[in-house]
Write a protein that binds this ligand. Structure first.
Ligand SMILES: [Zn+2]
Ligand SMILES: [Zn+2]
Length: 256
């Protein structure tokens, strides 16, 4: 069984052919999919999709691109209520994204801290988005999290040193389709850590793996990510897929 722990299947990009996409992922052997929210409206859609399919779970989150100042109390109250819905298994996606300078960094940090507190109060794992912001990310995690903090760095983009820091803080690393790109640092990371520390995702509709680059990504293609991990670690595909499925069930406390 393949696992896509981070796929925006509820996004409008899939409105026209969602049932075909679901058919293809089932045929490919994807047996578990987690659909993250990026704000209140999309978190509601994630929850609704999870309600319709046994193998789909939801996350409730606030993407750093959606963070504004002043922080609106009502947004967090609504997210907290949504996070208590059935089949919500984590708070995400949340985090920091410094790639585009126009996005307000203090607002991102404030929202991120608020969402970490929410995850702690609900005893839920967190799904973290971090782009070009590792220093602040690791600092805020140290300040806000306690030893019981669990979660995953989704779409992991750091090097082996950053990977080590994340693992020491209790986080897993989720490998996206970029692992198949020529200049990716991920093969070194995948060799340096234990299989127990790895998860897989597509982040569809974004970041299609080779040979689908440039097309809309879709969850069936998480098989290409798992295949890449098996090849890099020089283990059978079945062993990689089973290990990653086990890690996912454990982190998100899913029924076996
Ligand atoms: Zn993300
Ligand atoms: Zn995402």
């Amino acid at each position: 069984m393949f696992v896509d722990i981070h796929c925006h299947l509820s996004f409008p990009e899939f409105d026209k052919d969602r049932s075909d996409v679901i058919k293809r992922l089932t045929e490919e052997g994807v047996g578990l999919l987690i659909d993250p929210g990026v704000d209140v409206a999309s978190s509601k859609k994630s929850i609704a999709l999870a309600r319709d399919f046994d193998f789909i779970y939801a996350n409730v989150g606030l993407h750093p691109h959606e963070a504004t100042l002043p922080v609106e109390e009502s947004v967090f109250e609504e997210l907290l209520t949504l996070a208590r819905s059935p089949k919500v298994v984590a708070i995400g996606e949340i985090g920091l994204d410094y790639h585009y300078p126009e996005h307000n960094r203090p607002a991102q940090q404030e929202a991120f801290r608020e969402m970490l507190k929410m995850a702690r109060s609900l005893d839920m794992p967190v799904v973290i988005h971090c782009r070009d912001a590792w220093e602040d990310m690791l600092r805020i995690l140290s300040e806000e999290s306690n030893s019981a903090m669990r979660g995953v760095m989704h779409c992991f983009s750091g090097d082996t040193l950053i990977a080590g820091e994340c693992l020491r803080k209790g986080f897993k690393l989720s490998i996206p389709g970029t692992v198949t790109y020529k200049r990716s640092l991920l093969p070194d990371v995948i060799r340096a850590v234990s299989l127990d520390d790895l998860l897989t995702e597509t982040d569809a509709p974004y970041l299609s793996p080779v040979p689908y680059r440039g097309k809309r990504n879709e969850p069936a293609w998480v098989s290409a990510v798992t295949t890449a991990i098996a090849r890099i670690r020089d283990i059978p595909l079945k062993e990689a897929a089973e290990g990653i499925a086990k890690n996912s069930v454990k982190l998100f406390r899913l029924p076996n």
